[in-house]
Design a protein around this ligand. Structure first.
Ligand code: GLU
Length: 465
């Protein structure tokens, strides 16, 4: 059967990575079954839903290549459907009007709690035959006995006792439909076959199935995904992680890296770690998703991003880097050899922003040295700086190979361990101890600039002693 899945975000916050993972699994499951992936904006909570969040969610998904096969629908525009569905349930005799006041419900809850029972509506209005009024809500007659069993593609057979489920509200006293009713009606009207969503919705499922049954809708297929956890094993939140997708893009994580990372949250395929969206459509098996919570590991994301950045062609890499270069005010036309500099530095950091920042010393004068590095390697290094400077000035050809050769000779002549020779020069050239091999680093500058920077380091040392 053709599968139709949906992502049903509530636009009450920016797109977060747990949501992207849900959308991704829905998308991949639909695509690998030659089906359709739809989006439904669950914006019935008018106070907390905003158009900005909706736009942020839809754009974020589109940015990573997750586009719906039909235009998204909004619950706020579908009230008529819910009203008709509620009428149908009333006519079928599966619902009743209830006028219990807030106070009465509160008292009921207290009594149940003090008797050590789970608080739930006790069904006292069920057989009163009340008429609709401005004080009544519509409740579903939930079966009292027996179990509700459904098959979950991730969790296997899931069983709920009907006695644990109370008669949930379908229409509020102002006539507005509740979340569960809208969700069920929309799944049916959008032709959804498969609901893939977070495990936090597991306890909603039996309630929603009862609504479906009351409406005579066909059953759906379910997959409840494990929660995404932070490093502290608690549910991922702003407190334990960066959760907004846009924040990752702003750091220079690639869209494909985010997809790769999110796909691995709760799913794996042997030792394979690098996946692109197309691979997932081939390899992903929803039945292989684990039940246990999946920890989001930022170190792993760095590793993945490194791989994805390395796989880009030079031109693609440069294009992706450009906005980040702009943000650190690097103008590539300032240097003739800017492509060579980028090529040398492209794996210096796992993010594009990190690489752009690392490129700053190659395009601007150094205004300070990394303090720790300077204390450790620069102080007392005057003889090394001077010796190497003299040697470099005698070189006939200015290229990586000849520079390497000169450095080798200097090291032998001064009989110094490599860091003692290389690090002071590296700090003089770039401000820190992090740069590609020293010969390559030096070759990225011309001899005039090398002299300027070594002189500046000597001057700094003269002033600091
Ligand atoms: N709107 C719900 C949420 O954002 C999702 C409901 C569903 O997937 O059924 O958590």
């Amino acid at each position: 059967m053709t599968k139709v899945t949906r992502f049903a975000p509530s636009p009450t916050g920016a797109l977060h990575i747990g949501g992207v993972r849900t959308a991704l699994f829905n998308y991949v499951y639909a695509k690998q079954n030659k089906g359709k992936f739809l989006i439904r904006v669950e914006d019935t909570d008018a106070e907390r839903s905003t158009k900005e969040y909706e736009d942020n969610i839809l754009k974020g998904l589109s940015d990573i290549g997750i586009d719906p096969d039909e235009p998204p629908v909004r619950q706020s525009e579908r009230s008529e459907l819910y009203r008709l569905a509620a009428e149908k349930i009333i006519e079928s005799g599966n619902a009743y009007w209830c006028d219990c006041s807030k106070e009465a419900l509160e008292e009921m809850r207290k009594e149940q709690e003090s008797a050590g029972k789970k608080p739930m509506y006790d069904g006292r209005s069920r057989n009163l035959g009340l008429k609709r009024s401005e004080n009544t809500v519509l409740r579903l007659k939930t079966p009292k006995d027996g179990n509700l069993v459904f098959h979950d593609l991730v969790r296997g057979e899931v069983v709920f006792q009907n006695s644990e489920l109370d008669d949930l509200i379908l229409l509020r006293s102002d006539g507005s439909p509740t979340y569960h009713l809208c969700n069920v009606v929309d799944d049916f009207n959008q032709g959804i076959t498969t609901v893939v969503r977070g495990e936090d919705h597991l306890s909603n499922t039996p309630r929603q199935i009862h609504i479906q049954q009351a409406l005579g809708y066909p059953p759906l297929e379910y997959a409840h995904l494990p929660m995404v956890l932070g490093q502290d094993k608690k549910r991922l939140s702003k407190r334990n992680a960066v959760t907004s997708l846009q924040d990752y893009f702003d750091q220079g994580y690639l869209e494909s890296s985010m997809i790769n990372m999110l796909a691995r949250l709760g799913w794996s395929k042997g030792d394979k770690e690098i996946f692109y969206l197309d691979d997932l459509i081939v390899d992903f098996r929803i039945q292989e998703v684990q039940k246990a919570g999946a920890v989001f590991d930022p170190v792993k994301l760095d590793w993945i991003n490194n791989h994805h950045l390395a796989a880009l062609s030079f031109d693609d890499f440069k294009e992706r880097l450009t906005p980040f270069l702009n943000s650190v005010e690097i103008d590539l036309t300032q240097k003739q050899n800017s492509n060579k500099i980028i090529e040398a530095m492209r794996s210096s950091k796992p993010t594009l922003l990190g690489v752009a920042k690392d490129l700053v010393p190659y395009f601007f004068q150094i205004d300070s040295y990394d303090e720790k590095a300077a204390n450790k390697f620069l102080s007392g290094s005057e003889p090394v700086l001077e010796y190497v400077q003299r040697k470099l000035n005698k070189l006939e050809a200015w290229n990586e190979e000849s520079i390497d050769h000169a450095l080798q000779e200097a090291q032998t002549a001064l009989s110094l361990p490599t860091p003692k020779l290389n690090q002071p020069i590296r700090i003089a050239m770039t401000g820190s101890t992090q740069s590609p091999s020293l010969g390559l680093t030096l070759s990225l500058f011309d001899l005039v600039e090398v002299n300027n920077r070594i002189d500046a380091a000597l001057k700094y040392l003269a002033h600091s002693t």
